[in-house]
Design a protein around this ligand. Sequence first.
Ligand SMILES: [Zn+2]
Length: 275
Amino acid sequence: MPLSRRSFLKLAGAAATAAFLSKPLSARAYDDGFPQHGVYYIRAIDPRFGTLLSVDDGYSQTFSIIAKIIERRKCPIAFFPMGRMLHILADYEGENILEKLVENGCIIGNHSYSHPYFTHLDDKQIAEELLNWEKALADAMGTDYLRMMKDRFPYFRIPFGAGKNTARVHRVVTDLGYKFIDWTWDEGAILTDYHAIDQPDKALKEPLFSQIVNAIKQSTESLRRGDIALMHSNWWDAYAFETLCEKAQKLGLADPETALAGTFALLNRMEARLP
Ligand SMILES: [Zn+2]
């Protein structure tokens, strides 16, 4: 019987885990629940950890709004900034935003240095994108932090999702010690519906701006435990972020490091049980 992601999540509930582990995973579970080309690709977390929030890119003006909400609400995220933003975030209006995030339980993951389409790059260029990000993180946070990150939470989110089904990209990224993190909930469809990305000059002005922000806020109603939510550091998401935090906190907000490590451990246990 094919196993959908939703049924995987249901089955991964505390009581059902033992029953699930006693059954072999179907081919569908492999496609849907990972590993592809022998590589785990996490789309969801074990729902016992709650709901995981993540933010990508890290444009400083908008991200500084998000960072203040994270601090005030104690709402930790997995943050995937571009490498080229790291030095700006490390010294933004006299403050190291990255250090503040870490103090508030956030983890920082790799999102490449310059956010290219990985499918347009050769293997060497892909490796350079990841390694230049690491150098920028070490400059911003110190080599000890980079070492800890690579050791405890070596996660990577691929720019535009481009290459997420490509064996060559998987190999280069995993050879550098990274694990892929995808997502199950995001605001992208709303931004596309409103042409917010194509026509930001219109979408950043009222009344459209408030309409988009409200639509994103409303869409947080569909968030569930086990979801990995993705937002970006743009103006619409910055203004909707507090609502997302509030919703995730009601559901049970996941501690990013624990939830991701715990979910990978669960997958490894399932893998060990495969015939
Ligand atoms: Zn991105």
